[in-house]
Design a protein around this ligand. Structure first.
Ligand SMILES: Nc1nc2c(ncn2[C@@H]2O[C@H](COP(=O)(O)OP(=O)(O)OP(=O)(O)O)[C@@H](O)[C@H]2O)c(=O)[nH]1
Length: 354
């Protein structure tokens, strides 16, 4: 009998590993399938929705929390909507946050008969940042906290070793040895900018139920509870600071502040990103920081939609990391606002002297 269930691919990977880059690569590839994307972003301010390429495919955003913890209910509601649609999708991709544990996300699809009849987990695809992943793997966690990066490696049915352009030979060797240790035998696709053969990811039929089930049951036993929130514990030192500022930034001041910030605090600021209005240009500026590596893009290069003519200029940025100093980040970002001189007013005509 033909399998009519919709295949679901869970895209996981630590902060900044290249998940959105992969989604954009898939959306712009010539695969002939009708794809739906479910986006879940970690951060007080949402940036990714603007960075996913605008195509006819449908995008559902889930931004009220982390998909592996407190918003699994939201995921079920989105899936329910999708299930009841007349126009079916050929494939669903879920982009989890960089701090998500993929196992509970996969298990959402085995919760009830309706789910099981409508969807089939096709694969957990893990993006790996070849340059930075070992920082996350080796990060000292308080006892009992998840090492998300390690779980993302362990549950991968397919693993995309991305950013090989940034890593040295030794760094790559260390990452490969680590992968071999936590997930021996997993298929590894090596690439830059997520440029993999999309056919190797679509309809891969690679999901292994047993691998994630055992891990989740172990986590539940350890937590001594059946509730979703208490199944696993994230490191509470890791948080996000979102900043939204009306107005435009001074390019020089901003670049100087951000470079200094990331060179001094790069180890603790895992990820930073933003979409900004810069004084003196009508283009939007996009910045991406992964630890201390910074990349810029702009609406002129098609990274994001340009400002509409009457759109108010707003700068949005998010910083994700360990022990973040909210006040200092806010003050520093604010100090980059461009000082716009008020237009000189027409001199008032003097009253004629009597
Ligand atoms: N040098 C280099 N940069 C890359 C590569 N792949 C992605 N990037 C850049 O890395 C940054 C982060 O990429 P994203 O695709 O946004 O990463 P992400 O995993 O979606 O990030 P989060 O959702 O914040 O966890 C962007 O500036 C990308 O252009 C690569 O292979 N090499």
């Amino acid at each position: 009998m033909q399998d009519t269930r919709t295949p679901v691919t869970i895209i996981t990977g630590f902060l900044g590993s290249g998940k959105t880059t992969l989604i954009n690569h898939i959306l712009t590839s010539d695969h002939g399938r009708k794809i739906c994307i479910i986006e879940n972003e970690f951060g007080e301010v949402n940036i990714d929705n603007a960075l996913v390429i605008d195509t006819i495919e449908e995008i559902f955003e889930m931004n009220n929390g982390c998909i592996c913890c407190n918003i699994r209910g939201d995921l079920v509601r989105v899936l329910d909507k999708i299930r009841k649609r007349k126009n079916k999708f050929d494939a669903i991709f879920i982009e989890t946050t960089g701090l998500a544990d993929p196992a509970p996300v996969a298990h959402t699809f085995f919760m009830d008969d309706g789910m099981k009849e409508s969807f089939r987990v096709d694969a957990i695809v893990t993006m790996v940042d070849c340059k930075h992943v070992m920082l996350a793997i080796n990060d000292d966690r308080p006892v009992g906290c998840l090492n998300e990066a390690e779980r993302q490696l362990a549950f991968a049915d397919k693993l995309i070793l991305n950013k090989v352009d940034l890593a040295t030979k030794d760094e790559k060797k260390e990452v490969l040895a680590c992968i071999k240790g936590v997930n021996p035998g997993v298929e590894i696709l090596e690439c830059e900018y997520a440029k993999v053969d999309v056919e190797k990811i679509l309809d891969a039929r690679a999901f292994e139920f047993g691998k994630t089930l055992t891990a989740e049951l172990e986590a539940r036993d350890a937590a001594g509870s059946g509730s979703d929130e208490e199944d696993h514990v994230h490191d509470t030192r890791v948080s996000s600071v979102g900043i939204v500022l009306d107005g435009e930034l001074d390019t020089e001041k901003f670049q100087e502040w951000l470079s200094k910030l990331l060179s001094e605090h790069g180890p603790d600021i895992f990820r930073s990103k933003g979409i900004l209005a810069m004084h003196g240009t009508d283009e939007k500026l996009v910045f991406h920081g992964v630890h201390s590596i910074l990349q810029f893009g702009s609406s002129a290069e098609g990274n994001v939609k340009a400002w509409e003519e009457d759109e108010p200029r707003v700068c949005r940025a998010v910083f994700i990391g360990k022990n973040l100093d909210r006040e200092a980040l806010d003050k520093g970002f604010r100090s980059c606002l461009a000082v716009v001189k008020p237009r000189s007013k027409e001199p008032k005509s003097k009253e004629p002297e009597a």
